[in-house]
Design a binder for this molecule. Sequence first.
Ligand SMILES: [Mg+2]
Length: 310
Amino acid sequence: MNEFQLIARLTQGLPANPAVVVGPGDDCAVLDLGVPGRQFLLKTDAVVEGVHFTAETPPEKIGRKALARALSDLAAMAGTPIAAVVTLALPPKFDPDWVATVYDGMNALARTHGVAIVGGETTTNPGGRLISIALLGWATPGQIPLRSGAQVGDAIFVTGTLGGSIDGKHLDFEPRLAEGRWLAAHFAPHAMIDVSDGLAGDLRHLLNGAGVGAALRKPSIPVSAAAKARARAGTNAKPALLAALTDGEDFELLFTVAAGDAVKLVDGWKQPFPHTKLSCIGKIVAGTGITLNDANGSQKFNGDGYIHFA
Ligand SMILES: [Mg+2]
């Protein structure tokens, strides 16, 4: 059983109440707490030693990453963060300086984005170190892009470049909060998600959420310099394009807008975000799955992104 099968099993018949606007299955839950002009976003995310970081990872980068992952999910809902609580699981013999330095990294990023750290929990765990962050944020009702809204004919966009994140970006990425809010305010993306498991895997979430397919233009997929360098050096068995499609932890925004807005979006993007690449990589089509097209023809792409316990 992989993580998506497990999630499907666990999320059947969960308790709900009238505050729930969007329950499990999107980047954050959306709650209506009766505050005019605001809905609230709730998210939890964990980093685990041996999966998301190693004993060699600088601890300040581990703390930064733990919070940045949750902020990236908030960005995908066009949210503004408010506050976080932190759960630490530590082996019985832990290094207090290591923990303090994890907090230094987390606190610095929190200050940048106006996030208050308002408490948490520490517990012992003989199996290894884990940092879990629960994050609260808010967004404007009617301007919260979900995973399920893609429409046939939509243009598909992605921010930044993709692949080879393991060479550093997974510790240093900037959550696209300003970009997410700007997009929601100006272009009302029909669907949006952050790319955490890989372009193909996360695009499939959008496709499955709307019962549609995608036709991607191969030369338009923004392959990162890191993915190209890895392919050249032979450090990755994957060709660079495949790395861009399937490597995890890029934390870019993947979204769809009405085709008629695509040119306006590309033009409008440059002024607020001159240093963030924006690529139109294809379009939403009737059908299912992902098709890759180039001058030589088209092929179905059945590869996937990173799946935990696949
Ligand atoms: Mg996400």
